[in-house]
Write a protein that binds this ligand. Structure first.
Ligand SMILES: Nc1ncnc2c1ncn2[C@@H]1O[C@H](COP(=O)(O)OP(=O)(O)OP(=O)(O)O)[C@@H](O)[C@H]1O
Length: 277
């Protein structure tokens, strides 16, 4: 009998990435992220986190392996259909500094609009209502709507970034180090907000972070990359101090996480195997 369970929201099958200059950013990474999960990618600078995230919406095409979004292969040909269904949050917010907060949030709807509407900036009333509701949901006030994005604090700008990412109610949001430019309190607040918005909408989130404590506090699941190799995949409770130390230690070659029956959690096919020295 065919299985009735839905496909993972995002699936990487043995993806590898070698850039034109020969840099091997990812080496045969396999990962399946179920719907509604808040999955955090950890790893030191250059580990391959952004490369993996950018593969999910076709900004980077893998040299080997394949990616599926909601069961559909991500290929150059179907990117136009897939991109409106994937929200993106950036480290440097990527807002248009001189445009108003309202215009920046509405810009999140552009991938779903006909070209003529985008060119004229003519947003249907329903999208304008959605932008106002999202701004309220992320804790911004009506007076912020007409303010230039550059006149907001970093934390407020990232709130605008979150509202923009949810404009088209995407089932998947990619967040590439969304709090790397923020102070600790703003980082905590922004992640709390992102997680709450995702929970409310049953949105899957794949989020790269540098801060282990924030990953532990907010993730449903942590995956860790080291030199392009997936070295940990498990629940936050399993990502202990020794595992963190081993992840960020310089020198020795990474050992891939192996499937190890029985798995520590049904949702995590790879047991944590990154061992401390
Ligand atoms: N366009 C590119 N051309 C060549 N090499 C690249 C390119 N983009 C990334 N790399 C390299 O690929 C490796 C992984 O980079 P990536 O940005 O994915 O890592 P990261 O874990 O996100 O790092 P960071 O935390 O510093 O953002 C690094 O060695 C990086 O220099």
């Amino acid at each position: 009998m065919p299985s009735l369970s839905p496909p993972p929201m995002l699936q990487f099958d043995a993806v590898a990435m070698r850039y034109a200059d020969g840099t091997e950013a990812l080496k045969s990474v396999s990962l399946a992220i179920p719907r509604g999960q808040f999955c955090v990618i950890l790893g030191s600078s250059g580990a391959g986190k952004s490369t993996l995230l950018r593969m999910a919406n076709g900004l980077v095409e893998p040299s080997q392996g394949s990616i599926r979004f909601a069961g559909q292969a991500v290929t150059r040909r179907n990117l136009a259909q897939i991109r409106p269904r994937i929200g993106m949050i950036h480290q440097q917010f990527n807002l248009v500094a001189r445009a108003t907060v309202a215009a920046n949030v509405l810009a999140g709807a552009l991938p779903g609009l006909p070209l003529w509407r985008s060119l004229l900036g003519l947003y249907p009333a329903a999208l304008q209502d959605q932008a106002c509701a999202l701004l309220e949901a992320v804790g911004l006030r009506p007076e912020h709507l007409t303010r230039r994005a550059s006149a907001l604090s970093g934390g407020q700008q990232q709130r605008v970034g979150i509202a923009r990412a949810f404009m088209l109610a995407p089932p998947l949001v990619l967040a590439d180090e969304p709090v790397a430019s923020l102070d600790p309190q703003a980082s905590h607040d922004v992640l709390e907000l992102l997680r709450a918005q995702a929970r409310q909408r049953d949105t899957t989130v794949l989020c790269s972070l540098h801060q282990v404590d924030l990953a532990r506090a907010f993730a449903d699941r942590i995956v860790a990359l080291r030199d392009g190799v997936l070295v940990f995949d498990g629940p936050p409770a399993a990502f202990d101090a020794a595992t963190a130390q081993a992840l960020y230690r310089r020198g020795d070659a990474p050992r891939p996480a192996r499937p190890s029956p029985p798995p520590p959690h049904a949702a995590f096919p790879h047991a944590p195997t990154l061992e401390a020295a």
